[in-house]
Ligand binder design. Structure first.
Ligand code: NAP
Length: 299
């Protein structure tokens, strides 16, 4: 039987609806408006598109959106001065610097400058450490989105074999930590893993975050597995000249014949990322004001 297709777009709409409800209550009952500041250095066209989408969705859920667009030749000292102001601003609960930044800036130093309590991308060493120690922090948005999709589909994941392909700080490592928290038996695979198809074929939960189009074939998938495809590769469209096509890391047509459920690309994991950025901003706001955290929107 073909797999159930996990509709990440519909799920993300639902998550944003829940967030909007929480925001409306915070405003009405506490007089608090959660605020997200996004910093963009330079004029990378793809980054401009992401920043515009973040701004639109932030406003749509009723939050305050603070956009800071800086010229490409902004010095580290100037960028840090802005981050310091945002760290100190009580109207700002989340801060995100859109990457990539121009070459003369060091992404790790930029992330480290953001107050960990406002690091809604969950990329700082402090937040990675809190996740690894099983303590409360802010979790990187895309793995948090995948966790929400998995919880919704599977509920209790105790004892399931989970394989994450990819070990980046942005995705693979936090995803593995989250699955460990759910009591899965977790394997992290990467470019040096031997017998990758065999490793994957043991997975009840298979999460692919590599960036190699359709690498995971149908016979890598355990019958009945849940497959989460994080990878995004943009290739020229085979039928439409001048257009591009997005492909995931999983051969969707093959895997969908074997898996119980699978996320498509596009429309699977992608839409969850901004929804989780807003969820993290709401969480950071509640924590800053000593209020209960929103249920179901945190790790
Ligand atoms: P990354 O930092 O480039 O990491 C890729 C990982 O894949 C590395 O750990 C690498 O292993 C591993 N890898 C490379 N070739 C492999 C192979 N042949 N077999 C097994 N593993 C292999 O990328 P990332 O930032 O984690 O992102 C991964 C993908 O997810 C990209 O396509 C990205 O666009 C996508 N993504 C999507 C979203 C979203 O919102 N939907 C968000 C984040 C990322 P080594 O460590 O050994 O090099």
């Amino acid at each position: 039987m073909p797999a159930e297709i996990i509709d990440g777009k519909a799920f993300a709409d639902e998550v944003r609806g829940q967030i909007a409800g929480h925001v409306a209550r915070l405003k009405a009952e506490q007089g608090i408006t959660p605020g997200l500041a996004v910093v963009l250095v330079g004029e990378d066209p793809a980054s401009e598109v992401y920043v515009a989408a973040k701004h639109r969705q932030t406003v749509e859920v009723g939050m305050a959106s603070f956009e800071h667009k800086l010229p490409a030749d902004t010095s580290e000292a100037e960028l840090f001065a802005l981050i310091d102001r945002l760290n100190a601003d009580p109207a700002v609960h989340g801060i995100l610097c859109q990457f990539p930044v121009p070459d003369h800036l060091d992404e790790r130093r930029v992330v480290a400058r953001i107050d960990p309590a406002k690091d809604v991308d969950g990329l700082s060493v402090v937040n990675a450490g809190l996740l690894a120690s099983g303590e409360k922090g802010l979790v990187s948005c895309t793995p948090l989105g995948c966790l929400m999709l998995l919880r919704d589909r599977l509920g209790d994941m105790t004892g399931l074999n989970a394989v994450v392909i990819g070990r980046s700080n942005l995705f693979g490592k936090p995803m593995a930590q989250l699955l460990l928290r759910e009591n899965c038996t977790v394997t992290i695979a990467h470019s040096r893993t031997r017998n990758l198809p065999e490793v994957c074929a043991r997975a009840d939960i298979l999460v692919a975050a590599v960036g190699r189009a359709e690498m995971v074939k149908g016979d890598w998938v355990k019958p009945g597995a849940t497959v989460i495809d994080v990878g995004i590769t943009r290739l020229p469209h085979p039928d439409k000249p001048g257009k591009s096509k997005l492909l995931g890391d999983v051969d969707f047509a093959e895997a969908a014949q074997v898996a119980a459920a699978i996320t498509p690309v596009p429309g699977g994991v992608g839409p969850m990322t901004i929804a989780c950025l807003l969820a993290n901003t709401l969480t950071a706001c509640c924590r800053a004001h000593g209020l209960p955290e929103p249920e179901g929107l945190t790790a």
